[in-house]
Design a protein around this ligand. Structure first.
Ligand code: E4P
Length: 217
């Protein structure tokens, strides 16, 4: 499973990219606002650090204007992926962009039918928001399972399932168990994947015993 990092914080991206775990990046208007940076500048910087897909979200709501914004965003770097919302205008823009050879990430997906439409519109990625569904006591991971089942039925549907709105390590584990293609993960959650109290305990014991030997490597 690929990991995308879900942030516009360039320092976090640089740090995590050095681990070799970052296959791409997703941003959204809220994450850009949180970074306090200029959208175009931060995207350019992210694309220079991460060669994989970097999602940049349009803010227009009609298809024509989305396409105009997409043109400016794709000019930033080759690996920019255009993110459009799951609306009819977004799907229309998705079809046009996909036909032009631009990768599209259709975002704000909350149902299997929406995911089916995105795949038929030629999306490279569909972003179902598991955390926001869990927040309202709906089964976020159940949605991933349904989308996976639907996509697996049809060879023509090649859209990758990009699990979004990930809140904790269990979301990552469950997405991987279901065979999701990608999880976009906030930096703190990505870091938490390596944590285990028995690893910490075991390492402390090894280091203590090593000290007793008086040796060094
Ligand atoms: C990424 O593409 C999504 O915009 C992001 O994962 C949403 O996460 P949130 O629900 O925590 O805001």
């Amino acid at each position: 499973m690929k990991f995308f990092v879900d942030t516009a914080d360039i320092d976090e991206i640089r740090d995590l990219a050095a681990t070799g775990m970052v296959d791409g990046v997703t941003t959204n208007p809220s994450l850009v606002a949180k970074s306090g940076r200029n959208f175009f500048e931060v995207l350019e910087e992210i694309c220079s650090v991460v060669p994989g897909p970097v999602s940049a979200e349009v803010t227009a709501t009609d298809a024509e204007a989305m396409l105009a914004e997409a043109q400016k965003l794709t000019a930033i770097a080759k690996n920019i992926t255009i993110k459009v919302p799951l609306t009819w205008d977004g799907l229309k823009a998705c079809r046009t962009l996909a036909d032009q050879g631009t990768m599209v990430n259709v975002t704000l997906c909350f149902s299997p039918n929406q995911a089916l439409l995105a795949a038929k519109a030629g999306a490279a990625f569909i972003s179902p928001f598991v955390g926001r569904l869990d927040d309202i006591t709906h089964d976020g991971m159940g949605l991933i399972e349904e989308i996976k089942t639907i996509y697996d039925h049809y060879d023509a549907l090649t859209t990758q399932i990009l699990v979004a709105s990930v809140r904790h390590p269990l979301h990552v584990r469950d997405a991987a168990l279901l065979g999701a293609d990608v999880a976009t993960v906030p930096p703190n959650v990505l870091r938490a994947l390596a944590n285990h109290p028995l690893t910490d305990k075991g390492l402390a014991a090894f280091l203590k015993d090593w000290e007793k030997t008086g040796q060094s490597i």
